[in-house]
Design a protein around this ligand. Structure first.
Ligand SMILES: *Cc1c(COP(=O)(O)O)cnc(C)c1O
Length: 358
C-alpha cells in the first residue's frame, strides 16, 4: 500500500525513538521538565515570539489562542474551510463562546477587502464585536496552499487597521516556510498567537506548540491547564519535537518535490489535477469532474494499493506526501492511481457545476 491519506500517518523514526528513550524529564506541569522547556524556547524563537507553550495537540493550541484573544460574545472571522471552523467541532463557539463568521475563498487565502467587509460596525449594539482574524498557513482545506509573505502581511495589516487580533493556525507553517523560502518567524511575528503542529510533516507521534508574547503567555498557560493540557513527564514526547526540528525541517522540500512529481504524473495521465495549485505536500484530484464519486474513487484506489482521503471540497480527493512516502512510492502510485480512475462511471454532477479552479 502507498498510504497518501495524510501526513499525520508518519511513524516515529529510529532516531526519534532513541531521542525519546534518552530524554531527561521532570514534571512538566511544575515547569520541571528540561526537555519541554528546551522545546518551548526553541519553538518561540522559530515562530518569532517571546514564549511558546508545549501542548498535546494543535487543536488545543487553536482553541487556547481563540479563547485568549477574545471574550465570550465576540466574533472570529476565518476562511470557511479552515481547520478551526471545519474540523474542530465548533470549538470556538464551545470553548470561547465565539460567533464564527466563515468567509468564502477558492484556495483558502483571503484579501484585505475580504477582511474589511467582514468586520461588524464597531459599537453596533446589535452585533457581535468582530475581534479575531484566524489565518491558516499552509491552508489545508485550500489544498496545502502557501500564503505569499507579502500577501499575508497585507491581510494582517488590514486586520490591525480594523482593530482585530490575529491568530495564525500554522499547523503546517514549516511546510509554508520551506515552500516560500522565508523563515517561519517572518509569518509568525505578524500574528498575536501561532500554533505549530509537530505530528504532521514533522513526524512526531503527537504534540504541538502555541507561541505568543510574554504578556499573553501566562494566561495561555492558564488556559492550557484549564483545557486539560497540563502534563507530567512530557519530555519523553517533547524530545521528538526537538529531534524533528533538527532533522525533519529542510527535508520537507522532498515531500513538496514528491507532491509535484505525483501531480505532474497524474496530469500527464490525463487526470484532473491542477499542477499550478501544488505548493506544498498536497495534491488534489477532482475525481467528480471525470464522473467518479469520491467514495467510489477511494474504493477503486484502495483496490489498486493506494490510499487517498477526502479533501475539504466535495468531489475532490487529497494525496498527501510525507516522511514515510518515498520517490519510489510516488513512481508506483502514479500508474496505480491512473489505473484506478481510468474506468469512467456515469457523471454524478453536471459539468457546469464543477468548480472552475480544477
Ligand atoms: C491537523 C491540523 C490541526 C490540528 O492538529 P492536531 O495536532 O491534530 O490537533 C490544526 N490546524 C490544521 C490546519 C491542521 O491541518
Amino acid at each position: 500500500m502507498v498510504d497518501l491519506r495524510s501526513d499525520t500517518l508518519t511513524q516515529p523514526t529510529s532516531g526519534m525513538r532513541r531521542a525519546m528513550a534518552e530524554a531527561v524529564v521532570g514534571d512538566e506541569q511544575k515547569r520541571e521538565d528540561p526537555t519541554v522547556i528546551a522545546l518551548e524556547e526553541r519553538a518561540a524563537a522559530l515562530l518569532g515570539h517571546d514564549a511558546a507553550i508545549y501542548l498535546p495537540t494543535a487543536t488545543m493550541g487553536n482553541q487556547i489562542a481563540l479563547r485568549l484573544l477574545s471574550e465570550p460574545g465576540d466574533e472570529v472571522v476565518a476562511e470557511g474551510s479552515s481547520h478551526v471552523f471545519r474540523y474542530e467541532l465548533g470549538g470556538p463557539a464551545v470553548h470561547g463562546g465565539l460567533a464564527m463568521k466563515p468567509l468564502a475563498s477558492e484556495d483558502g487565502l483571503l484579501t484585505p477587502e475580504d477582511v474589511r467587509a467582514a468586520v461588524n460596525p464597531p459599537g453596533d449594539l446589535h452585533m457581535a464585536p468582530t475581534r479575531i482574524l484566524s489565518l491558516e498557513n499552509t491552508h489545508n482545506g485550500g489544498g496545502g496552499r502557501v500564503w505569499p509573505l507579502d500577501r499575508f502581511s497585507d491581510v494582517v495589516a488590514e486586520a490591525r487597521a480594523q482593530g482585530l487580533r490575529v491568530h495564525l493556525d500554522g499547523a503546517r507553517l514549516l511546510n509554508a516556510a520551506v515552500a516560500a523560502g522565508v523563515s517561519a518567524a517572518d509569518y509568525g511575528r505578524e500574528a498575536d498567537t501561532v500554533t505549530l503542529c509537530l505530528s504532521k510533516g514533522l513526524g512526531c507521534p503527537l504534540g504541538a506548540v502555541i507561541a505568543t508574547s510574554s504578556e499573553l503567555a501566562p494566561k495561555a498557560r492558564r488556559f492550557k491547564h484549564l483545557f486539560g493540557g497540563a502534563m507530567r513527564q512530557a519530555g519523553v514526547v517533547a524530545a521528538t519535537g526537538l529531534y524533528a526540528l533538527d532533522h525533519h525541517v529542510e527535508r520537507l522540500a522532498e515531500d513538496h518535490a514528491n507532491a509535484r512529481r505525483l501531480g505532474e504524473g497524474l496530469a500527464e495521465a490525463g487526470l484532473p489535477v491542477a499542477c499550478d495549485a501544488i505548493e506544498s505536500n498536497f495534491v488534489l484530484v477532482h475525481v467528480e469532474s471525470i464522473g467518479i464519486a469520491a467514495d467510489d474513487a477511494v474504493a477503486r484506489l484502495r483496490a489498486e494499493g493506494v490510499l487517498l482521503s477526502f479533501a475539504a471540497k466535495r468531489g475532490v480527493l487529497r494525496a498527501v506526501t510525507h516522511l514515510d512516502v518515498s520517490a519510489e512510492d510516488i513512481d508506483r502510485a502514479i500508474p496505480a492511481i491512473a489505473r484506478a480512475l481510468s474506468r469512467r462511471a456515469a457523471p454524478v454532477r453536471a459539468a457546469a457545476d464543477v468548480p472552475t479552479a480544477y
